[in-house]
Design a protein around this ligand. Structure first.
Ligand code: NAD
Length: 261
């Protein structure tokens, strides 16, 4: 028996990184999964490999959301789970952040989650209930220099999660948030994506990041996307049946307190 047998789950930003690992794990646990992303070639290939459906979904667009729901229902008859995972990160000091950049981050991270909840929650309700997992961040619970726009949107996602949990509980929908710390994906190490990068440079960057996290994170390492996927599984399956409206930190202890050792 899989932990998600019989469930139909839509995962945004699922072509790579944490969304990819969530899709892989959810399929292994018996779910029928719809992978959504703007990286169509990667998304299609992954869906084919794991036996899932892919749909192009730019989370900023209402029409894309409506079309994605139609694809999921046509393929599997209903939707009873949503993982709002798509997100982008931009580094800048607040006083130097162009309005356009700030709004770009808000559109993907915050508006994307809002549209996801608004579009998919009625479908989950009509399927008899289910779950929504929103991807916030440790930067949704604390400040972090150089990521003002990102941190603002991730705080907003925690707020949206709480409000959605209150409004949707009566419809049988639980809504929670994952708050990852540093996780080893393209977002934390974009060198992973650059085909022209000198392998020696990439290796040096990875070693420097390893050293950084060894000092900063109590558990002494960066997190793996598979570890976040296991938390998303917990919040999507029945093991979390009495939990709603909560942010869950998964950060190797980084937010536990100020470390002086
Ligand atoms: P990633 O960059 O590998 O994955 C992000 C995915 O979102 C990509 O597949 C990308 O194509 C997709 N995406 C971007 N814009 C989109 C749009 N407009 N519509 C649809 N899809 C879009 O990085 P990741 O680490 O896997 O990120 C997943 C989530 O985890 C994000 O919300 C991110 O903010 C959050 N997060 C990441 C970390 C980390 O250290 N990696 C830490 C905390 C939170």
């Amino acid at each position: 028996m899989g932990k998600l047998d019989g469930r139909v789950v839509l995962i945004t930003g699922a072509a790579r990184g944490q969304g990819e690992q969530e899709a892989r794990l959810f399929v292994r646990e018996g779910a029928r999964v719809v992978l959504a992303d703007v990286l169509d070639d990667q998304g299609e290939a992954l869906a084919k490999e794991i036996g899932a459906r892919y749909v192009h979904l730019d989370v900023r667009g209402e029409d894309d959301w409506r079309a994605a729901v139609a694809v999921a229902k046509e393929a599997y008859g209903r939707i009873d789970g949503l993982v709002n995972n798509a997100g982008i990160l931009r580094f800048n000091e607040l006083v130097d952040t162009p309005l356009e950049e700030f709004q770009q981050v808000v559109q993907v991270n915050q508006v994307g989650v809002f549209l996801g909840i608004r579009t998919v929650a009625p479908e989950i309700a009509s399927a008899g209930g289910g779950t929504i997992v929103n991807t916030a961040s440790y930067a949704g619970l604390t400040g972090m220099a150089w990521v003002g726009a990102y941190a603002a949107t991730k705080h907003a996602i925690v707020g949206l999660t709480r409000v959605a949990a209150l409004e949707l509980a009566a419809k049988g929908i639980r809504v929670n948030a994952v708050c990852p710390g540093a996780i080893d994906t393209a977002m934390s190490n974009p060198a992973q994506l650059d085909p022209d990068a000198d392998p020696a440079d990439s290796e040096r960057t990875s070693r420097a990041l390893d050293e950084l996290y060894r000092k900063l994170v109590p558990l002494g390492r960066i997190g793996r996307p598979e570890e976040v996927a296991r938390l998303a599984l917990f919040l999507t399956g029945d093991d979390s049946s009495y939990i709603t409206g909560q942010p869950f930190v998964i950060d190797g202890g980084w937010l536990a307190g100020v470390s002086v050792i």
